[in-house]
Design a protein around this ligand. Sequence first.
Ligand code: GUN
Length: 291
Amino acid sequence: MQLIDGKKISSDILDEIMIQVKELQARGKKVPHLATVLVGDDGASQTYVAAKVKACERVGFESTLVRLPESTSEQELLEKVNELNANSAIDAYIVQMPLPKHINEQKIIESIFPQKDVDGFHPQNVGKMALNLPTYLPATPYGIIQLLKRYNISTEGKHCVVIGRSNIVGSPMSILMARNSNPGNCTVTLCHSKTVNLKEHTLLADIIIIALGRPEFLTANMVKQGAVVIDVGITRVASAQTKSGFKLLGDVKFDEVAPKCSYITPVPGGVGPMTIASLLMNTLLAVNSKN
Ligand code: GUN
């Protein structure tokens, strides 16, 4: 069993980006500028956003954090989005999800300029991804593709079972694994809450990618010997053993599943750190597509 070290790969990618930023500067170009819009005080979102700002600093990007109160109206947020679209100093931006209930997320996503949409959430970018045209891949699926690539994990002709069909992870992941690309070329089964007898599917999988948000859902009796397991879940649960009073659990019952795997991602330190690296790769792409 080999552990997939997302922390190390992410750090390698940030170092590579930093070198490219230095090259841009050496050519007299301005450094990439990523903005993040955070509406409200969701704890997890604040943590993610802080990590994004820190990663920008590390690679030498400029970053702007736009904080808006929970009471922000949809109209006010649309105005902010329009302002960011029009601001030529901002190369790329994201609106952190989830948004407060009174704001229509899809409406916001569709108002972001596709060229600045480094989350890859705009329907134009999702369409390009589905057609295997160059575009921004959403951060988590892109991060997983990087892990598979950088560990030289062979995917061609393999049976990949994706569990979860969210717009952010499961659905794009199923498309990417089926594409005529490397990584890709898998036979893909997309399982979700209406799937009957999930275990019948997972037991046939060479590669399992699980993004459910249900701690320790995938158990050893659901996994074939030698499978590759990618765990996207990250749920905070109360714990008496840690100083913080909580611990992070993935969707995989790691201790019993890991011995059966050829490769597995841990939680934390697997897929999580990769999402930020992906976002910064997309931001560099936004700049390079302009130059
Ligand atoms: N919330 C959870 N994941 C993401 C992400 O990748 N992008 C944005 N904008 N919000 C998120």
